[in-house]
Ligand binder design. Sequence first.
Ligand code: MV4
Length: 451
Amino acid sequence: MFKKILIANRGEIALRVIQACRELGIPTVAVCSTADRESLHVTYADEDVCIGPPPSSQSYLDIGSILSAAEITGADAVHPGYGFLAENAHFAEVLGECKLAWIGPPPEVIRLMGDKAQARRTAAAAGVPVLPGSAGPLASAEEALALARDVGYPVILKAAAGGGGRGMRIVRSGEELAAQFRTASAEAEKAFGDGSVYLEKYLEEPRHIEFQVFGDRHGGAIHLGERECSIQRRHQKLIEEAPSVALTPELRQRMGEASVRLCERVGYVNAGTIEYLLDRDGSFYFMEMNTRIQVEHPVTEMVTGVDLVKLQIAVAAGEPLGIRSGLSPRGHAIECRINAEDPVTFAPSPGRLQTFHLPGGPGVRVDTHGYEDYLIPPHYDSLVGKLIVHGRDRGEAIARMQRALDFFVVEGIKTSIPLHREILRDPEFRAGRLSTRFMEGFATRRTGGSS
Ligand code: MV4
């Protein structure tokens, strides 16, 4: 097992990794920017190293500084959390060259799945359903036009180097396609340095369902069921739950088997997430694979009883998975992301937490790096915590989330708590009628169409 783990991250996920390490008896090293000296991940780690000024490009994304921190502290493994360097294949490679263990998937697999067009082709080759569309990047607007005629409108153009909704264009007719193709490609070139664009049939109102997968270094691959992540705004998830009300045990098994096949095909190791679009008729289609632990991993932990971060560390150290696919989810879990933002305008709201009272009691978990008097720096994302509840069924989980939101007191900044309280009261949410367009309908129901 590892002797000392460096956590190349900050905030709640850095704390989450420290918790896992402590349970495993492994000492930890925190890294921090000068804006994070008063952060809990620094307080709770056994050692800490300041790696640079507040901008992440000069601290949490600075590979040289992180390597130096590992070197001077004698760490033998690095956990990347999510975001920052978590899906940086080059970082994973450099660690290997420095004889440091990488608690994540092989660099080649990160690179493969980072190219969304190649990922789509790989999924199809593994027998995982994909939407009708291009076999790879499109060479020209003419090729896009011919393909769109075959597939039928609407279609969606996606940047191969994008992902998570960045660089997408919905096209509803042939008249717009050539112009949209050129803008999409130019934008992708500018944003990612790669103008490759591919095309798919566009689904109007799907659910976003993702499967938690895990591979070990002995060729083992499993899935741990799904998360329903349809409630998001501007491609930022707001609420996630497990299981999805849309999945029967039979569909869960088929989607799970498809997910495991893809893992086996690419030699996947460590934690991963396979994102699908689920159509109303129960058809599912591969969308992307994320090669990291995700923000919403706790809902899977709650319904499976598996500590995913400890499992990441164990498989990175060479241990076999030791658990099988096909466990039935136990009860129901919901997560609300608590962001430091205006609940109406969604503008960031950094500042000091003057009051910070956490809810507790049966079935309630809070993953947060916040504490009373903590000053949320303006340089990073706005997530201040995650409120996760577990109940015997969805009804109990909803009631529990409502009372936990009521008993979560934050003063000094604006948060998404009031928005979550409204969503939890919404009849469509309560009925489980969810889709990727949920928030559009919610905004209309809330204001009667004025926003
Ligand atoms: C789609 C789609 C409909 N049809 N692809 C958004 C994030 C990125 N991973 C891909 N996304 C979508 N791809 C086809 N062929 C709809 C979306 C989409 C979406 C997906 C998941 C969650 C929220 C979403 C919001 C808008 C669009």
